[in-house]
Design a binder for this molecule. Structure first.
Ligand code: ADP
Ligand code: MG
Length: 242
């Protein structure tokens, strides 16, 4: 579904990604972790073509992002993205937040978009909040709306960038529960998160990044198995968060 091939990226003289290579197969749940500043957000934004890269290629469902003739907005519309900060439109109701991109990008009718939005709102447990504005919801609720909004576009893959790290602790699980459910339904997911409970429960693979490199990329069982077989940097990182 996603093939990242020897991707390197610079911000000016600063190399933020160095020769990153990995794959996410259909139905795979891949957790990306690593220290702050290691390039996790940058890598995931490259997959969604939100950030350009100077070397290598990323192929999403057979379409090359590096190919200049590729229609990038079309790729973006098929790749769901959920950020740390929910980025809902504050001046629009939840219903309109859910419907807008469906109408503008996919050309769905108002009715169709609303029906789809409401069904997804029910799925994330927020059916009764449809008429509210984002500011009237808790952080955890807003993040569940953001997930529903991404799902409304019928994405072929979902990218998450630390979706729970801005939440109060008591709200983390309500968001993780939605993500676990998605994973168990077979959604292809690439998740930047330090929630290792989530990784243990549903990840197929864990990628560990450090200083712009993919240092580890292995099956979950292996990643959490014998810590002594992890790289020095991954062990150091894990010793702090486990
Ligand atoms: P992570 O998500 O792992 O914390 P990021 O991908 O956000 O890491 O950032 C990786 C590095 O790139 C950091 O050193 C950060 O300061 C730098 N960086 C991120 N965005 C920019 C930018 N727009 N311009 C310059 N440097 C950036
Ligand atoms: Mg980040």
């Amino acid at each position: 579904m996603i093939s990242i091939k020897n991707v390197s990226k610079w911000y000016g003289n600063f190399q933020v990604l160095t020769d990153c290579t990995t794959e996410v197969k259909k139905g795979d749940v891949v957790v990306v972790c690593g220290p702050s500043g290691s390039g996790k957000s940058t890598l995931i934004k490259c997959v969604n073509a939100l950030e350009p890269f100077q070397k290598g290629d990323i192929v999403v469902d057979g379409t090359s992002i590096a190919d200049p003739s590729t229609n990038l907005p079309k790729i973006r519309s098929r790749v769901g993205m959920v950020f740390q900060h929910f980025e809902l439109f504050p001046h629009l109701t939840i219903t309109r937040n859910l419907a807008l991109a469906q109408e503008k990008v996919l050309g769905r009718s108002k009715d169709e978009a609303m029906t789809k939005g409401l069904a997804l709102l029910e799925r994330v447990g927020l059916k009764d909040h449809a008429h509210k504005f984002p500011g009237q919801l808790s952080g955890g609720q807003q993040q569940r709306v953001a997930i529903a909004r991404a799902l409304a576009m019928d994405p072929i893959v979902m990218l998450f960038d630390e979706p729970t790290s801005a939440l109060d602790p008591e709200m983390v699980n309500e968001v993780l529960d939605v993500m676990v459910e998605l994973a168990q339904e077979g959604m292809t997911m690439m998740c930047v998160t330090h929630e290792m409970g989530f990784a243990r429960k549903v990840a197929h693979r864990v990628i560990f990044m450090d200083k712009g490199h993919i240092v580890e990329d292995c099956a979950k069982e292996e990643f959490f198995g014998d810590l002594n077989s992890r790289s020095e940097r991954a062990r150091h990182f894990l010793s702090k968060i486990l």
